[in-house]
Design a protein around this ligand. Structure first.
Ligand code: GDP
Ligand code: GDP
Length: 435
């Protein structure tokens, strides 16, 4: 399960700048997908030796009242879920009284704290650090988030403080496809899981579930095997009706990371919300195969169904490769089609692609349409080879590839997608210059 690191500090000290620097690597996949909404607060950092969830807590002012108190509640939730806290302070402002209040709060959690003294660019680092020495935080590091200086050291300092990586035995192949079912509160996740497993199975799995980890529940249907990555949140929900605030992006990210296929559940009776798009964006960021389950299809008349389908088509155009399945978790309709879409997405995501065939496909794509000239020179694409699966990754060697426009990347992606019938999975294309 992905560990969690939270960035905490006053407003304007540079937390979101740091967050962006830490999560930037993920941009590669979604940068070229217009329409993907990014989450300003939650991301996965993959630049260090071990991936982790980063939470930008937005900001504690140190003296919370009214609306601020509500925000502070969310911050506390993040602190609760994190294993390491990065306390960000501003070298230009120096030590502020609110910093003290926030640090007191962090210390109450008993979790390891690293102080990141930001905005040290153009300042004397030693002086800057000295000012915050009074905090007595053993690991106090200089940082310039805006110039991406010190981020690597910060990550390297944080990783050893995380709990041991319990290398959970990856489900062996015979345990089937690992599936995470995610969605907003009330989309129908628990109802679907219950329906798939049968009521008693879920209750049984719940007994052992005192841990907050996503647990794995085996499922067999129509002779196919699956492992449901069931989040603690979903299970708890099945037992006690809980409020919307229990929705945890962190747990959702963790279960997505552990899955091969992500099913994003959408409530057909609600308008598509930003949060739905953000969940889809996270799934793509993670490179996961994706199925969109439009739930509560029962009891809608033809007009409502058409309206709904049209809206989905319009707003989900950026994931038009993901199958939309219309289901009723309550009545159990559409589930066979759902499972079939999961299998197909998994097959696409793990399909083995051969180098010579990829290169031939690349040549055909290149002949059909060449990237536009850059100052009189065309970027050249020479050959391709596979670079991994789930998501299928295609490494393309050439020259001047950094000038390749997003539109051309999309063209190539679609070309490969059609050639290999890669339905239900994002595709990653890595360009490399030189040999
Ligand atoms: P947050 O409210 O803590 O998330 O702070 P932001 O990340 O939004 O940053 C607040 C301001 O500080 C912005 O204007 C940033 O450009 C600036 N800033 C962030 N990091 C640095 C840094 O390393 N050096 C300098 N000079 N400015 C920075
Ligand atoms: P979760 O928060 O995503 O786990 O959602 P639940 O499974 O708890 O479902 C929320 C509510 O929607 C419950 O009242 C369910 O009975 C209802 N619900 C779930 N699936 C369906 C469905 O397919 N059709 C209808 N009409 N209601 C559903």
């Amino acid at each position: 399960m992905l560990p969690v690191i939270a960035l905490v500090g006053r407003p304007n000290v540079g937390k979101s700048t740091l967050f962006n620097a830490m999560t930037r690597s993920r941009d590669a996949l979604v940068a070229d997908m217009p329409g993907v909404t990014r989450d300003r607060h939650y991301g996965v950092c993959r630049t260090g030796a071990r991936p982790f969830v980063v939470v930008d807590t937005g900001g504690l002012s140190g003296v919370e009242e009214g609306l601020d108190a509500l925000t502070a509640q969310q911050v506390r939730f993040a602190i609760e879920e994190a294993q390491v806290l990065v306390f960000v302070v501003d070298a230009r402002d120096g030590l502020m009284p609110q910093d003290r209040h926030i640090l007191d709060e962090l210390r109450r959690s008993g979790k390891p704290i690293i102080a990141a003294v930001n905005k040290t660019d153009g300042l004397d680092e030693q002086n800057a650090l000295a000012e915050f020495a009074g905090f007595g935080i053993a690991i106090t590091l200089p940082l310039s988030a805006a110039h991406n200086r010190g981020t690597e050291d910060l990550i390297a300092a944080a990783l050893p403080l995380l709990p041991e990586d319990v290398h959970e035995e990856l489900a062996p192949d015979d345990a089937g496809i690992r599936v995470a079912i995610v969605g907003r509160p009330n989309a129908g996740k628990s109802t679907l899981i219950n329906r798939l497993l049968g009521e008693d199975r879920l209750i049984v799995s719940d007994v052992a579930g005192t841990t907050r980890d996503p647990i794995r529940v085996p499922l067999e249907r129509d002779g196919k095997r699956y492992t449901l990555i069931d989040t603690a949140g979903v299970r708890r929900k099945a037992r006690v009706e809980e409020g919307v605030e229990k929705f945890s992006v962190i747990k959702t990210l963790q279960s997505m990371a552990a899955a091969q296929v992500v099913v994003v559940m959408i409530d057909a009776r609600e308008n598509l919300a930003d949060q739905d798009l953000t969940l889809i964006g996270h799934a793509i960021d993670e490179g996961r195969a994706l199925v969109i389950a439009v739930n509560k299809w029962d009891g809608m008349d033809t007009y409502q169904r058409e309206q709904c389908q049209r809206a989905l088509e319009r707003r989900l155009v950026f994931v038009n490769w993901a199958k939309q399945v219309f289901i009723s978790a309550l009545h159990g309709s559409g589930l066979r089609e759902l499972m079939r879409a999961i299998v197909r997405a998994h097959t696409s995501a793990t399909r083995e692609l051969g180098s010579s065939d990829l290169t031939r496909t690349l040549e055909r794509a290149y002949e059909g349409y060449q990237p536009p000239l850059v100052r009189g020179h065309a970027p050249k694409l020479r050959f391709a080879h596979p670079g991994g699966s789930n998501p299928p990754t295609i490494v393309i060697h050439g020259s001047r590839t950094k000038h390749i426009a997003p539109a051309y990347r999309r063209y190539l992606e679609n070309f490969f997608r059609q050639r290999y019938k890669l339905e239900g999975t994002p595709i990653r294309i890595d360009f490399r210059d030189g040999e």
